[in-house]
Design a protein around this ligand. Sequence first.
Ligand code: HEC
Ligand code: HEC
Length: 374
Amino acid sequence: MFPALALASLLAAAAAAPAPAPAPEAIPPGELGKSIRLGKALFDQTDAHPLTRPYVKNALTCASCHPGSGGEAGGATLVGAATAYPAWSPRERAVITLEDRILNCFMRSMNGLRPPNGSPPSVALAAYLTWISTGLPVGMNPRSPHGPRALKSLPVFPDEVNLPHGRVLFESKCAKCHGKDGEGNPPVWGPRSYNAGAGFADVEKLAAFVRVTMPLGDPTLTDSEAVDVAAYVNAQPRPDFRLSDHLPAGAIYNSAAGDERDGAPTWPPPELPPGVVDGETARALVAQGVQVLDVRTPREFQAGHLPGAVNIPLEQMASRYREIGPLSTQILIYCRTGRRSAAATKILREKGFTRIYDLQAYQRWREVETGGGR
Ligand code: HEC
Ligand code: HEC
């Protein structure tokens, strides 16, 4: 692919620009090289290769979502991902290894079973993904498992999503490859696609991928078109996800999280019941356009507040609540410790607001900087 010199300068520039994977000729000799080559084969033929087929329950390969054997710059590239592990995973509530992260994709994106840690496919995939990060600096991140090139979610404002438009776009720009019924090659919904627990079941992530990767070879959608078509795709049926169904008996699973269940379709998202929320949920609500309400004093507010927050101090709530908007407004409320936000919530409920999410303390916004990838 690249002459050796060009490759060397590419690797030198890798930290700045998204890097392509190294050329296959650069695979080291011997048993390690063999494992890397095997890993690449498994990555490209995950649903068909005898070593991985027993763990895959759909018609996808790793390369279906990580194009160019995971080595293509942009999109869901995995060049550099290996440098971010071991990492704290907010979703697993544990420090996980690259192998753990790979195996989790089998349960979700591949709708299959988690292969054992240390098994031949697991080792080979880890060898391959580490090799494509050759020359990149280790960038362990205590807050998030995302590699340096992690797909940046597109913000989605549910009120602005246009599903009929998403359908028109799908039929004109996607159906010729993915089928009008979504079950083409590769399938984007239906029983042979990713399940409701997969990363792409989040419209924000799917839209971000589609925006830079699809239509294949001609990724020309605008942000809002990508969101509409992603919402349309995720409004279709696909397998539900129940974590325990994807863990073989006696499997080692490095996670402190409980049993997770996600139902399909994943769009429109079921509304979160009102109540106390954590920082990660608060971020998701803000990304969806919730009204943020700071009930501290103007002085505390001026010293720093959440993006887009309006300031109505608790003492003025009973007289100024109309400024918030209609009673159907979704509100994210907070103060310094949670005491004033609870008192303000009580007042707002009495006035007739029902969709109130209480972050409690301003500080909690910062506690969880990023969510877990899937
Ligand atoms: C249906 C699409 C899909 C399939 C199939 C898929 N993945 Fe992923 N993968 C994703 C998404 C989405 C992410 C999350 C990216 C993010 O959040 O930034 C991800 C993340 C990852 C990460 C973590 C990247 C990082 O930077 O931390 C690894 C490693 C990974 N995938 C490996 C695999 C392997 C190996 C397979 C095949 C067994 C696979 N994936 C199959 C969609 C998919
Ligand atoms: C020219 C054919 C073609 C078109 C048009 C196309 N895709 Fe794809 N798509 C592919 C192929 C092939 C892959 C597998 C990745 C690869 O081989 O690079 C893929 C992968 C995907 C995936 C991840 C794998 C899966 O099946 O879930 C999604 C999601 C997706 N495409 C959505 C879309 C959307 C949405 C559009 C329209 C905006 C679109 N594609 C247009 C060919 C196409």
